[in-house]
Ligand binder design. Structure first.
Ligand SMILES: NC(=O)c1ccc[n+]([C@@H]2O[C@H](COP(=O)([O-])OP(=O)(O)OC[C@H]3O[C@@H](n4cnc5c(N)ncnc54)[C@H](OP(=O)(O)O)[C@@H]3O)[C@@H](O)[C@H]2O)c1
Length: 237
């Protein structure tokens, strides 16, 4: 597996949503890679809890990151919401519920935007640094032929637009820094568990994280603001 050799050694890596299937696999991959002086893994639960819908907490977290000795070289945002005990992805407009939609937007789009607002300014002015948020191909408007999953699709489409927009601003402020949305493919985690049929195209979290790490390693500033899958292919908006 690649060890992110394109990113200067000895920096700080942050994984948000580290309790999740993909977040946990990223933490392990980054630790195994040995490229970073420190890996900060944060989750919604636990003593250092970070809920991305808590704006003040996100700002405080960024302050904590800024106070670390090592420069911030990598942020992986592996948070996301598709379903819980009470809310399922909608099969029809008949199932639309305003509170469900608002929650999906809050976690899948606004939360990552708060992370970008507060963490992108901490990326170093020189040398490669990457902010990667996990989006989903179902957020692609051009690729939407199946319908359904209204709230999740729309929230991920919004996330893609936010990444694109932040990429434009980042290019003006940090020429070597990169901000991107990544589609991990179908991965066996709690998020997709009830919906993914088992088969050859369902990846284990470790496998998917390794592929995404390789994609991140290959990114150049011209890729910033883009939407890529786990093979490094650009996806349609
Ligand atoms: N698995 C797939 O096939 C697949 C496909 C396409 C895209 N993705 C995307 O990949 C990302 C990771 O998903 P996953 O498959 O690893 O799912 P997961 O195992 O359910 O992980 C989701 C993570 O998001 C966290 N989270 C949820 N709400 C949060 C909030 N308000 N504040 C902070 N953290 C919050 C969860 O924290 P708790 O542990 O506290 O709940 C958990 O750590 C998501 O963005 C998802 O949309 C996944």
């Amino acid at each position: 597996m690649t060890g992110l050799e394109s990113i200067p050694e000895g920096g700080l890596a942050v994984v948000v949503g580290a309790s999740g299937g993909l977040g946990g696999a990223f933490v392990k991959a980054l630790r195994d890679g040995g490229r970073f002086a420190e890996i900060l893994a944060v989750s919604r639960s636990g003593p250092e809890a970070l809920d991305v819908t808590d704006e003040a907490r996100v700002a405080r977290f960024a302050q904590e990151v800024a106070e670390r000795d090592a420069p911030l070289r990598l942020v992986i945002d592996a948070t996301g919401f598709l379903h819980d005990e009470n809310r399922k992805p909608e099969k029809s407009w008949r199932e639309i519920d305003a509170a469900h939609m608002a929650h999906s937007y809050a976690v899948n789009a606004i939360g990552p935007m708060l992370l970008m607002r507060d963490l992108l300014p901490l990326l170093p002015r020189e040398g490669k640094a990457v902010f990667a948020t996990l989006s989903a191909k179902v957020g692609s408007i051009g690729d939407n032929h199946l319908g359904g999953w209204y709230s999740y699709r729309a929230a991920k489409a919004a996330l893609n637009q936010l990444v694109r927009t932040a990429g434009v601003e980042l290019a003006r402020r940090r020429a070597e820094a990169i901000c991107i949305a990544l589609h991990p493919g179908t991965v066996r985690t709690g998020l997709t568990g009830p919906f993914s049929k088992s088969g050859l195209d369902v990846q284990e979290p470790g496998e998917a994280a390794a592929r995404l790490v390789a994609v991140i390693d290959g990114l150049v500033p011209a890729d910033s603001g883009g939407f890529f899958d786990y093979r490094g292919e650009r996806l349609p908006w």
